[in-house]
Design a binder for this molecule. Structure first.
Ligand code: ASP
Length: 342
């Protein structure tokens, strides 16, 4: 049977052009993408396209955007073999992480891609990213099942698990990195799948469930030498705050000042959730490694292990939306849901 892919254009550089007067990049009409990439017509499968209206710079992504995107995937899930989401690179890792938690029982590929240079430019990276993403989203194994059954980011010849990915370069074509999990596929002359790293559903044919109640009463607090008491207190006193992603040093260490630990402890003792995520690009939090990590364990922090900040934040949005009891959220936070923790 003919394979069908749905291309969802949300905005981002891939579909932008330069305003001749201001020279600033602004989104343009999606139909120009198909004009710029006539190769789309050459695929041996059906590629349908739909566009957000308005399309946005991904710096404007909000949780409501994720709810809309998840709804589009759900509404079209039965009719398509795979989904390619064209998205700006700035918040792509957040959106891919959010989708990985919002789409439960996902068995089909959802491949995010974009570009560093607009698709209309001669040296654009957008064409290859787009064409290979469609190829990946349509790929099937010998049994006719999708090769990819999860949310991914494809960029510059590498396919990554979406909730393991971070944007780390604002200029290079190689803009994304997945430091704690290997690429799911490498695209060169051949597409080489890392079968051992790909998620395999145990059973197939389950209903796709959506989690669209997102509770955003979360703060990200990055510690730094010289962090002050009023600043930490102001963050923790944010009205309605239920959870904090604390970005710590190295393997999960923090300053040992009594005022700092007391502030964290008061927050967790009052029922708030704090997850310990490292500021490092690679490696894991281990609150048992150093005395300065152990103090955080004693202050009631949840160990985020090797989760990215993007994954921890969006996972919290979903868990807080699902459970009114913060204790349940804290318990679930440290347990892997969709491959986001080693
Ligand atoms: N600001 C753009 C966006 O994220 C950058 C990009 O597409 O790469 O939408």
């Amino acid at each position: 049977m003919e394979r069908k892919i749905l291309l969802i254009y949300t905005g981002g550089t891939i579909g932008m052009k330069q305003d001749p007067e201001t020279l600033l990049l602004k989104p343009f009409d999606f139909h120009q993408i198909t004009r710029e990439v006539p190769e789309l017509k050459k695929f041996g499968y059906v590629v349908d396209a739909l566009s957000f209206d308005p399309v946005i710079d991904s710096s404007d992504v909000r949780p409501e955007f994720w709810v809309k995107l998840a709804g589009i995937i759900k509404a079209n899930y039965a009719c398509y073999d795979g989904f390619v989401v064209l998205h700006g690179t700035d918040t792509m890792a957040f959106s891919a992480s959010a989708m990985s938690f919002m789409l439960e029982n996902l068995e089909k590929p959802v491949v995010f891609t974009g570009s560093q240079l607009p698709i209309g430019m001669l040296r654009t990276d957008g064409k290859e990213n787009l064409i290979s993403s469609i190829e990946l989203a349509a790929a099937q194994d010998a049994e006719g099942n999708p090769r990819i059954s999860e949310v991914c980011i494809y960029f510059d010849s590498q396919l990554f698990r979406g909730n393991r990915t971070t944007k780390y370069n604002a200029e290079n074509f190689r803009a994304f990195r997945s430091a704690n999990y290997p690429p799911l596929a490498e695209v060169g002359i051949h597409i080489r799948y890392n079968t051992a790293a790909l998620y395999r559903p145990q059973v197939r044919g389950r209903e796709l469930l959506l989690h669209t109640d997102l509770d955003t009463h979360v703060a990200v607090l990055k510690i730094f030498p010289g962090i002050t008491e009023p600043f930490v207190h102001a963050v923790l006193a944010t009205p309605g705050l239920r959870a904090v992603v604390l970005e710590t040093y190295g393997s999960g260490n923090s300053p040992s000042d009594a005022w700092f630990l007391d502030a964290l402890h008061a927050f967790t003792a009052a029922g708030g959730v704090i997850v310990n995520i490292t500021q490092c690009q690679a490696g894991t939090v281990d609150m048992g490694a150093y005395a300065n990590g152990d103090i955080l364990r004693r202050a009631g922090l949840v160990c985020g292990r090797d989760m990215t900040t993007e994954a921890a934040l969006t996972k919290l949005f979903v868990l807080l939306g699902q459970y009114a009891d913060n204790k349940v959220v804290a318990e679930k936070l440290g347990i892997g849901v969709s491959g986001e923790i080693s």
